[in-house]
Design a protein around this ligand. Structure first.
Ligand code: GUN
Length: 295
């Protein structure tokens, strides 16, 4: 029997843990964790994400600070806002929604965020800390994948993990996290020779390539755990559907466990953003970090 790893249930559990910890912080220390989200421009998908982040933040009892700026906002003004948020003691987490309009230097802006408040884990200091196995802020999507893998397997030590995709947001940090949990890690990508054979060696297969249903059942070792990070919109039978990077039916027939799309990794990303904000708040106040919600 293949286990379908239910990201909606898991994310609800994580949000519940965050909510309980936030309530304790308020009662015992009179502290409310705060998350600031900055959106520049009117990209429709980004507007939906930002709305969902705001609703989830408020739902777990945190303070949400939304900053919506015009698409033609200058770099100096955006940097000034980031510096103001860095200095604001009520703000424990800062997220600048990507993509930014083309005239803004995303790297410069991300690297201006105080690394301790960088709840996306994109700041170059956090990337370096993660790469050297030190305490850091960890990107939300890979953190969510790690939590699901640990929950399913307990220890990941000694397992063969293959990550397909080498992005800074998912592939590379995912590989670092799996290495941190003592997996033997391979990073594969679009130029990898005989990708199917490389993937078939994996006990843990993480698909983060951004190509609809590219990973089929013949890429999967019998009994392997398959984590599908992809969210791709495809037209099928005259309707728009969401599919992952994994062809679910053929992969599920071979896998031991698999995350569906939608309802797998996706819901974990915002839950981990809340977890990271809580972690940042605890660290800023010299308090114990929430258990099970960090790498
Ligand atoms: N845009 C899409 N996903 C993300 C994310 O995880 N963080 C940020 N900052 N922007 C995004």
């Amino acid at each position: 029997m293949t286990t379908i790893i239910d990201g909606k249930v898991f994310a609800a559990r994580v949000r519940g843990q965050v909510q309980a910890h936030v309530a304790r912080l308020r009662e015992e220390h009179a502290i409310t964790p705060g998350l600031a989200v900055v959106l520049v421009g009117e990209d429709p998908a980004s507007q939906v994400y930002v709305r969902n982040k705001h609703a989830s933040t408020v739902e777990v009892g945190m303070a949400s600070f939304e900053h919506r700026l015009a698409a033609d906002t200058g770099e100096a003004d955006l940097l000034a806002l980031v510096r103001r948020l860095n200095a604001d003691p009520a703000v424990h987490g800062i997220l600048v929604q990507l993509p930014l309009p083309g005239h803004l230097n995303a790297e410069l802006i991300i690297n201006t965020i105080d690394p301790a408040k960088d709840v996306d884990g994109f700041h170059i200091s956090n990337v370096g800390l993660l790469g050297t196995g030190q305490k850091s802020m960890v990107p939300c999507t890979p953190l969510g994948c790690l939590m699901m893998l640990r929950d399913h397997h307990g220890s990941l030590s000694g397992m063969n993990a293959v990550v397909v995709g080498r992005s800074n947001i998912v592939g590379k940090p995912m590989a670092q996290l799996l290495l941190g949990d003592s997996c033997t890690v391979t990073i594969a990508h679009s130029r990898t020779k005989d990708l199917a054979a490389v993937c078939r060696a994996a006990d843990i297969l993480v698909a983060a390539v951004g190509r609809a249903e590219m990973i089929t059942g013949d890429f999967v070792k019998p009994g392997a755990t398959v984590i599908d990070v992809g969210i791709n919109r495809v037209e099928r039978d005259g309707k728009t559907r969401l599919v992952g990077d994994v062809e679910f039916a053929s992969a599920a027939a071979v896998a031991g466990a698999i995350t569906p799309v939608p309802g797998g990794v996706g819901p974990m990303t915002i839950a981990c953003l809340l977890a990271n904000t809580l972690t940042a708040c605890c660290r800023a106040n010299g308090l114990a970090e929430p258990e099970g919600l960090t790498a």
